[in-house]
Design a protein around this ligand. Structure first.
Ligand SMILES: Cc1ncc(COP(=O)(O)O)c(C=O)c1O
Length: 462
């Protein structure tokens, strides 16, 4: 049997090549070792899932057993510019050789200065001040802290279906009950929940515009009577397109309506663009498509080109709520603005701009949605195909019971894996197949993804 070695990289445009049924023997042996020493909560291991990754380039991933997969997940949306982009890899190698670690909030490494300049230049409007973070959850928590400092009001309005991360602050605004329940005793309970106005789930006789107006009225009531939600509200926190919640787009005018209400009531608008940002939805930031500027913008995932880095960007007058540091920063960490991650982010930003990744995501996303419609529209188990750019969801429904097709969605994911395509489920019950591939996905790879999805779905319902 041929086994991949660390130097045996897949071609970026490789097509699926499954030589041994996944997980193959080498993956299985490695998973046994993992289970012996990793907390059992981290990696779900079954007979048909997962595989152990060995190498990745572009849209292709190779596992320990030498199988090659087309990655329609970008590994949680990170590899938007492609896995292992050569410029990011080179920047990481250069930076690692030169300055591996800096000093967080003291003695800034030069590369961190270059990154905050580049980030604030990239961001829309006057989002001119940045706090660099280690991951998305922390960026959300910086936004939550900023909102409290700026408004004096700790409450946040968040929406059903939201996912903002797992840290205690972000978790307080993450709607999934199963994530929150074990830790509910430790949460601050600063979040007031509203139903996300989902145009795909309109009650009979209700138009999307009505739902939008109704939700905005509820928001206004909460902002006008700050104690109504229990905690005085200083901010609205929202994903401009919900990702993990099931790829859900708000109705037209909703985000602009939130902006107007925040302005009227002195609250801050926080956009969590950790998933949607950096070009994924066909614009550099989803807020630009809606023509709405938030007060605080959280970004992460694709920003580091594969290295862990995120940021909370804010308008200067909002960020001015933080006191000037005279030696003790109020929000920092040992690895703040880590030089190697910062160098990777700088290289990623250069690629985003030079290669117009947002434009590419728009075109590839349109092609992929068209292919999905050709091969899946009208399928009895497909309720809807939706999304923007390279954030696409295929929602599955049991045609007999009209219930979310959770089991079929999972079987579709494992069936696609056997066919050499990486997919993930999302949505409240895991009933949506999420497609968030790299922007460099070729047309041949797109076809493989869609045909594998169709075949896996048909097998799952057989
Ligand atoms: C919209 C959104 N916000 C926040 C997060 C949390 O980011 P991280 O996992 O880097 O903490 C995620 C992760 O999936 C996300 O999709």
């Amino acid at each position: 049997m041929m086994h991949a070695t660390a130097t045996d990289l897949p071609m970026p445009d490789a097509l699926p090549d499954v030589r041994v049924p996944p997980p193959g023997p080498l993956s299985r042996a490695a998973l046994v070792r993992l289970q012996a020493h990793e907390s059992p909560n981290v990696t779900a291991v079954a007979t048909d899932f997962p595989i152990v990754w060995q190498a990745a380039r572009g849209s292709a991933v190779r596992d320990l057993d030498g199988n090659t997969y087309v990655d329609a997940t970008s590994a949680f949306g990170v590899a938007l510019i492609g896995h292992g982009h050569p410029e990011v890899v080179a920047a990481v190698q250069r930076q690692a050789a030169q300055l591996l670690h800096g000093m967080g909030d003291v003695h800034p490494p030069a590369v961190r200065i270059a990154l905050v300049e580049a980030l604030t230049a990239l961001a829309p409007g006057d989002l001119g001040h940045a706090v660099l973070c280690g991951g998305g959850s922390e960026a959300v928590e910086v936004a939550q802290k900023t909102a409290l400092l700026a408004t004096g009001r700790p409450g946040v309005i968040a929406f059903s279906g939201s996912y903002h991360g797992m840290g205690h602050g972000a978790l307080d605004a993450t709607s999934r009950r199963d994530f929150r329940a074990p830790f509910v005793a430790q949460l601050a309970h600063n979040t007031t929940w509203l139903a996300f106005p989902d145009p795909a789930r309109l009650p009979v006789g209700v138009r999307a515009a009505d739902l939008c107006a109704h939700t905005l009225e509820r928001v206004e009531q909460l902002l006008a009577h700050p104690a109504m939600g229990g905690v005085p509200i200083g901010a609205i926190l929202i994903e401009p397109i919900q990702g993990r919640g099931g790829v859900i787009l708000p109705p037209d005018g909703f985000l602009a309506g939130l902006r107007a209400l925040c302005d009227r009531h002195g609250a801050l608008l926080i956009f969590d663009e950790i998933f949607t940002g950096c070009g994924r939805t066909g614009a550099l930031f989803a807020c630009e498509t809606a023509n709405v500027l938030p007060d605080l913008l959280c970004i992460g995932k694709a920003l580091g080109g594969g290295m862990p880095i995120a940021a909370c960007l804010g308008r200067p007058h909002v960020m001015a709520a933080w006191p000037v540091s005279h030696g003790e920063a109020l929000h920092t960490s040992t690895f703040l603005g880590h030089p190697v991650a910062a160098a990777a982010a700088l290289a990623t930003i250069a690629v985003l701009q030079r290669e117009d990744i947002a434009g590419l995501a728009a075109r590839v996303g349109d092609d992929l949605q068209a292919l999905l419609r050709t091969h899946l529209a009208g399928h009895p188990w497909v309720r809807e195909i939706r999304g923007r750019g390279l954030m696409i969801g295929v929602e599955l429904i049991d045609p007999t019971t009209q219930m979310p097709a959770t089991t079929v969605a999972w079987r579709t994911v494992t069936g696609a894996l056997r066919r050499g395509v990486l997919l993930l489920p999302c949505g409240a019950q895991g009933e949506v197949i999420q497609l968030t591939p790299p922007a460099v996905l070729t047309s041949a790879q797109q076809l493989c993804v869609v045909l594998a999805l169709r075949a896996a779905l048909d097998e799952a319902i057989a």
